[in-house]
Design a protein around this ligand. Sequence first.
Ligand SMILES: C[S@@+](CC[C@H](N)C(=O)[O-])C[C@H]1O[C@@H](n2cnc3c(N)ncnc32)[C@H](O)[C@@H]1O
Length: 260
Amino acid sequence: MQHERPNKPALRIQPTTLWEYPSQHYGSSVQGDARYVGATPSYVIWNLIERYTKPGDLVLDPFCGSGTTLDVAKDTGRLGRGFDLSPYRADIEQADARKLPVDSVSVDLVFMDPPYGDHIDYSDDKNCIGKLSAYDPKYYQAMHRAIREGARVLKPGGTMGIYVCDYFEKKKGFAPVGFQLFGSLAEALRIVDVVSVVRHNKSLDLGNHRKAAEEGNFFLRGFNYLFIAQKPDLKAIAAARPEPKPDLRKRDRRGRIGGR
Ligand SMILES: C[S@@+](CC[C@H](N)C(=O)[O-])C[C@H]1O[C@@H](n2cnc3c(N)ncnc32)[C@H](O)[C@@H]1O
């Protein structure tokens, strides 16, 4: 379905660690499905693809939802593979993000926007990570496995982007989802940077939500984290490091140069 939005600004590489774009979709078309609850803003994926891959590279999304990553990969001339427990459309393959039917070291970019709590009902599948509460250690165990699986399929030098939000419930308080998943990511890969993505969630603008946050003295979620990490390319690192030259100067018995 085409949606004309002539006033939308051009898509640009975001130069700082604070990312913002005033629309869920770029250009005159839609990436993923505008009706899908919990879809990723497509410019986030576009920025990662442009920065960390080249045309023809393979981009993989293990929590593909409405297929936003596949549409952006196609727009940018990359190959895309999308997996989900509950595929929303025919080009998404059915698999659990913790056990992907994908060869090790075969992917250039893994992007994931996983469930971060049990506030959205994605499917009836009992393995859906969105059935686990952000206050339950089982959620973090499940995500730890999904992150390790993403790291397994990445090529050396390949990049992983994780888009995630913290969680808050008035009765239970703050759940630092971002920091916890960051720990798993840092164990698996080398961290490149941490980006804060401004949320344009409609519920943030609702007067009653804002009033409740002010009166209850809590915060509405204003940003998502985007964690960027890479699999070290040990061969490239070794090739870039100059070989140390042997010191051939003559030494005396006490190791002194020139017998001084
Ligand atoms: C936040 S949505 C992804 C949105 C997607 N990036 C988009 O733009 O439409 C999270 C997705 O994770 C899927 N999911 C939950 N548990 C999963 C698992 N264990 N393996 C694979 N997919 C899973 C859900 O079915 C849901 O589609």
